[in-house]
Design a protein around this ligand. Sequence first.
Ligand SMILES: Cc1cc2nc3c(=O)[nH]c(=O)nc-3n(C[C@H](O)[C@H](O)[C@H](O)COP(=O)(O)O)c2cc1C
Length: 417
Amino acid sequence: MGCQSNQSNTNPGKNATEPTFAIAQGAQEIDPKAVAADLVAKYGPTGMDGRVSTLIPGFDAPFYQAGLAGYSDAAMRIIARKHGCPLCITEALLDRTLLAGGKGFAKADLGDIAGNVPGGEEDHPLIGQIMGSDPSEMAAAALKMIEQGSRSNKEYRSMVNGGVDDSRSDGSDSFAGIDINLACPVKKIAKKSRGGHWLREPEGAIAILKAVRDVLPSRIPLSVKLRRSFDETPEMKRKFEYLFDAAYDLGCSWVTVHGRTVEQKYVGPSRWDPLKELVDRHPDRLIFGSGDVWDVNQIFRMIGYTGLTGVSVARGCIGNPWIFKQARAILAGDDPMAPTIAEQRAVLEQHFELLLAVNAKTRDPEFNTARNMRKFGIRFAAHHPNADEVKQGFIYAKNFEDWRVVLERWYEIGVNP
Ligand SMILES: Cc1cc2nc3c(=O)[nH]c(=O)nc-3n(C[C@H](O)[C@H](O)[C@H](O)COP(=O)(O)O)c2cc1C
């Protein structure tokens, strides 16, 4: 299931339009290092509000890797973490798919990972994101996720219409939190709201948040992903405000707001002013922002412009895990470094290996991995001095051998700069 449309391996589709600058007057003049220095002065070396790190130990920097359907599997997450990403979120998983059982709940470790399950020790802390239409199904799916499916599917299914007994949540959770997706723009199914379509019906969304918060053990933080509105009408903006406030009233720890409307999907610029207004109105709330974070400077400019607690990095980290290392460098007062060819090659090889493990149980793991890696390869190519040729090479890499040829041709250490 994905929050994406028209996606293919080599054509990123409508969602992955060319980078845009967010609409935020003067933001490009903000000095990222000055913002980082302010954060460090306020919160200490991590630059992170201590309330967040208390909720999720290990979430120790003001940014995280967003859920990205079709990309942010265990392989991408582990690569991000190796580069300093403090927290990852799974892509949106449909409540019904989760309740139907299946591979998503094998207690995960490398070799067993299938798409969206935690990749073992290396993949923590991880937040599981769920999306759906029915409060009781969402609640059962959230509990199943936290418990890693330790009860039978029948038992979880029976909870959908009955009460939920959370006595078995013993604290050894694989997921550090649950995030509810109220942002995905993909069309409603069978006239039922889900994702961002709930912004038109806030009462329904509130029923979901309440049901999920009630079922989760209190130690598990619940967060929410929202768009800044369904569309530009005053009515929808009011509905957003109502839902945003309700989320905190119901006990959600934070909300991440994407600065595009649902109608906008992923096209056109994000607006940071509505995010700034939210922070101005609610300075004590933990609020994260999303939209047009294409490079490390934008992480700090978004925080500097809006005053947000932190930023979710989405398309800006596809093929660019160095963004996290660079952000950590800026927090430490250092200059961010571009990756060398040797570093690029090492990461391309590691990503391939990890994806091979993710695909281990598919019929032809090598073929599937080479195919899946193409969409990453074309993004990694942007760091190479011969970006266009390297990109073409990855686009035509149909199998493991083709992939190797591109690496040998363009990433041979000592030959390329
Ligand atoms: C291909 C694709 C898949 C996405 N999947 C998810 C998802 O599963 N869950 C989610 O919360 N957001 C998802 N998003 C939205 C991103 O997390 C992010 O909010 C959005 O891309 C705006 O940030 P950006 O402009 O910096 O990319 C997706 C975006 C794209 C482009």
